[in-house]
Ligand binder design. Structure first.
Ligand code: SF4
Ligand SMILES: [Zn+2]
Length: 304
């Protein structure tokens, strides 16, 4: 659904359509291009702003939602973070957690990126990316990873659409932005990475089979029984598909691969010969997760 512009700038401040006079008397300009706006507050359509010269600019809604979301986080200084799972799995490490900010910094350059917002929780930084049309891609993700900060992305477009759909209420939007976790995802979570690093120490090597009989590379004896051979001399034994199972498995580390990011696309060279797998050491994995979960201060611990 196309969103009609619900905000304008009045004396440099973002104002919503409900708080201004109708028509040109709203005294607002577009947050993106700076052109004069008309407040359309008729009886039939959703109230919205339109450009006075009738040429709607592309970036108006995006810029407005960006400013609006930032203002809310700056005002409330709190957010509920999405749950943290063991990498690529549904194994919960931390539930959704509300954190309070000590400080909020907007659009400050950090090495080669400019995050939308940096907040500090118990003195520790968390990056918050506000996504309306431009989402964090693999390229930016790798830069954030290299920076060594935890980061989340909020899908403000879909959040706004949800609020807009039930006859847009600003309070709905504020509440959803702060409390709802369905619109948020971890771009990088340091604690999740730390747990994965510990778990990787438990791995042993498994050979990848590039057989002429089966189209795809496989690994025999998958400890979590991803697949079972239905025929042939291995009938009844478990296996895993390298590409469909091991590649995203939280218990697997694929080696003998060279990968680099080129324009956000992951490029892989060379035949993969081994998978380092640790799924057969579940008890030790449980111990690691339990050790990291044991904390008196979840706010401080969830992002570091
Ligand atoms: S990495 Fe995962 S999918 Fe692959 S063999 Fe090990 S447990 Fe199975
Ligand atoms: Zn404009």
């Amino acid at each position: 659904m196309d969103i009609k512009l619900p905000f304008g700038l009045q004396d440099g401040k973002l104002v919503d359509i409900s708080s201004v006079d109708s028509g040109l008397g709203c005294n607002c300009v577009c947050p993106s291009c700076g052109q004069r706006l008309v407040a359309k507050k008729g009886d039939f359509n959703q109230h919205h702003f339109a450009h006075h010269d009738r040429v709607e600019c592309e970036g108006a809604v995006e810029t407005a939602l960006h400013i609006y979301a930032k203002n809310i986080l700056e005002k409330h200084k709190r957010i509920v973070l999405p749950p943290v799972y063991l990498n690529n799995s549904d194994r919960l490490i931390f539930p959704p957690t509300e954190v309070a900010f000590d400080k909020v910094v907007l659009e400050k350059r950090l090495n080669n990126i400019i995050p939308d917002i940096i907040v500090f929780i118990r003195g520790k930084p968390l990056l918050i990316e506000i996504a309306v049309t431009h989402f964090v891609d693999k390229f930016k993700e790798s830069k954030i990873l290299a920076l060594g900060y935890s980061a989340i992305e909020i899908n403000v477009k879909s959040l706004f659409n949800t609020a807009y759909h039930k006859v847009f209420g600003y309070r709905d939007f504020e509440k959803l932005l702060i409390e709802e976790t369905n619109f948020k995802r971890w771009v990088n979570n340091l604690k999740q990475n730390l747990i994965s690093e510990q778990i990787k120490k438990l791995v042993t090597s498994k050979k990848v089979i590039h057989s002429g009989l089966y189209k795809y590379p496989t690994v025999d004896n998958c400890p979590i029984d991803k697949r079972i051979w239905k025929s042939g001399h291995k009938k009844g034994q478990s296996y895993a598909s390298l590409d469909d199972d091991c590649w995203n498995c939280p218990f697997g580390e694929i080696i003998r691969k060279q990968k680099y990011f080129n324009n956000g696309m992951m490029v892989i060279e060379g035949k993969i010969r081994e998978v380092y797998c640790c799924a057969h050491r579940q008890e030790e994995i449980d111990d690691i997760i339990t050790k990291f979960k044991r904390t008196k201060d979840l706010q401080a611990t969830i992002i570091t």
